[in-house]
Ligand binder design. Structure first.
Ligand SMILES: [Zn+2]
Ligand SMILES: [Zn+2]
Length: 300
């Protein structure tokens, strides 16, 4: 396996190749001509890309196109295509995560607080979509988090650009549950590596200063996912992360509890008992769901 220093050196070289507005314009042109138009769209001709980019000097244009070719752009017999790394660069830029610092003020959204039943609101700040209760202290106790915070999800600025905060609120929770489901199945949807699943530390166990992060969350029945490679981490409810499997899938369908915020809020409101390394959750109707430390769920 390559050393961290060798990988870092190659990454630095790749970023340096992108350090040019002309080259980014070439990637944009190729994306619009050969990707946005359909999955198996053809090549773009040299003259077409050159006209899109608006560089008159052929020598200068060719210099920049050559720098991109092989890693980000593929040359074919009739023109050029975007290689997958080039597509990834365009997609990443279009999410706005690299440069946009967008803020959306809080507005009421459709749902209620799973702790106190009050109305909730959502706002967007510094790359996070935050769901907040105005009546109670909320779930997360951390100096960087406002009182009343019930959920705080990393979400790209593009998701609140031209899209109202109520829609973004729903979509951010639907998007998050896809991530949680994959991690509950043991792999990271971001990088494809293994995920370590951790339940809260038992009495006497030494989990480090932040208690694996559980110390900041005021709920006894949560699970933590941590990717072993890219470091993606989440703390969420185990019955929410397994909402697409039985017995939870059938339960939610029968009771008409939609995926996303409603489902999350429903399970978050259920009382939990910790029995050794297992959780037992009880619904208001007296159903009991037992979860073990491998996230197997069974009806008790
Ligand atoms: Zn509340
Ligand atoms: Zn990962």
């Amino acid at each position: 396996m390559d050393s961290i220093a060798a990988v870092r050196s190659r990454d630095a070289l790749a970023f340096s190749v992108l350090d040019s507005e002309v080259r980014l314009a070439i990637l944009d042109s190729l994306y619009d001509r050969t990707v946005a138009s359909g999955p198996l769209a053809g090549n773009a001709a040299y003259s077409t890309i050159k006209a899109d980019v608006g560089v008159e000097d052929s020598g200068r244009f060719s210099y920049h196109l050559d720098k991109l070719t092989d890693r980000f752009v593929t040359k074919t017999e009739t023109g050029y295509r975007l290689a997958e790394p080039g597509r990834e660069v365009v997609r990443l830029r279009r999410t706005g995560v690299l440069t946009e610092d967008r803020t959306v003020e809080a507005e009421p959204v459709d749902g209620e607080c799973y702790r106190c039943g009050a109305d909730i609101q959502a706002f967007y700040r510094r790359g996070y979509l935050v769901t907040q209760c105005q009546e109670c202290i909320g779930l997360i106790d951390h100096e960087l988090v406002l009182d009343g915070t019930l959920a705080s999800l990393a979400y790209p600025p593009s998701g609140v650009s031209g899209i109202d905060i109520g829609t973004a609120f729903e979509r951010s929770h639907l998007r998050a549950v896809h991530t949680f489901r994959a991690m509950a199945d043991g792999f990271c949807p971001n990088c494809g590596h293994d995920v370590t699943i951790t339940l809260p530390p038992a009495e006497g166990e030494d989990p480090g200063d932040d208690g694996y992060g559980f110390r900041h969350v005021d709920h006894d029945g949560m699970v933590r996912f941590a990717c072993d490679r890219c470091g993606r981490r989440h703390i969420t409810h185990p019955l929410y992360a397994t909402d697409d499997r039985e017995p939870m899938a059938g339960f939610f369908t029968r009771n008409g509890i939609d995926p996303g915020w409603d489902r999350n809020a429903t399970v978050m409101s259920w009382p939990v008992t910790v029995e050794g390394t297992e959780f037992v959750f009880e619904t208001p109707d007296g159903d009991r769901f037992r979860v073990d430390d491998g996230l197997d769920v069974r009806r008790d």
